[in-house]
Design a binder for this molecule. Sequence first.
Ligand SMILES: [Zn+2]
Length: 347
Amino acid sequence: MDLTYSKYGINYAFLDDPESRADYPSDVVYIPDAFFDALIGEVLPAFESGRLAERVAPHLHMVEGRKNRIIIPGPSFTWEESKKNVTAMLETLDPEIASLLETLTANGWIDLSAATAPGLCEGVCDPTDRRSDGRPSTIRFTYDGTINDPVYLSHELGHFANDAASPGFDWESASLNRTAACLRETQAFFLQHAFYDSDCVPALQGALRQHCQAEAFQCLGNLRQDLAVLEKTRALSDEERHSHEGFEQQEDAFRRLHNNVHRPAFFIAAGLYERFRKMETTQKKNFLDLLYRSGNGGPAMENVLRAAHIKDYQDFRKMVREGLDRVLQPSAAGMTISRASPPAFSI
Ligand SMILES: [Zn+2]
């Protein structure tokens, strides 16, 4: 399958700057055209037709801010409970990643110091990160006591599993594993989908389904805005590009491009996870070894797709549709939830 890129952002004047290029090499930052084409062709119509909004709107609070945050009314968690739930999911799925979580928590290398108001939850995984006292801050996490915590902890561990598999990785002097963004986010969202699917806490299933749909809704709402900004930026004349406004616009486009990685990866990981669920036990083990333990830089995305029996672009789109169907599954029957305000941001 062709995983080259040329259409979505490669022509940014911003990246003509050699220093930016050095920081963001194209094979690391960019997303293959096929990923976006499939997202726009298969997934965006569900959003445009309102199918996803209908599911999500009654159950979702959006908080305006740097990034819209998801608040699913209902369950709250202590940090210990979040870890316990994620560990239970991992012990069934992949005990090696469960033991990474144990090492991280035993050493205090998950940094919760950025705890914040409910709904303002966010995580970062960077094994090179250090706190002011020099201790590793491998996963930085804005613990908020909601279902966001176990969901995003799963996501960050998906990043870390790949980082920890670098040859010679050592916990004290870790270096960042230079993995292509499209693979890196796919690894993270794969564990996030595994947690959404986890039945280790039956009472959570309704809330997890809603969270999954809310994430999808956000990804697509942002995607539409991103595409508009990309288009506008591409249309700037040379003169406009060098103006103050032009430069700001390019920076906005670049920031979006960088975040854009998440939009297709969420759905591709959902599709891959759906295929993974249907694999035999040995195939599952091999798939997880390939995805998370391929060493420096991770596996080639082509190999991951091949392991999920994707031979060509048609089949890739089929897998993305399967991912969308997985996301659109109705909430667990019998789940009662109070009606919340509609999303506060316009779509
Ligand atoms: Zn991520």
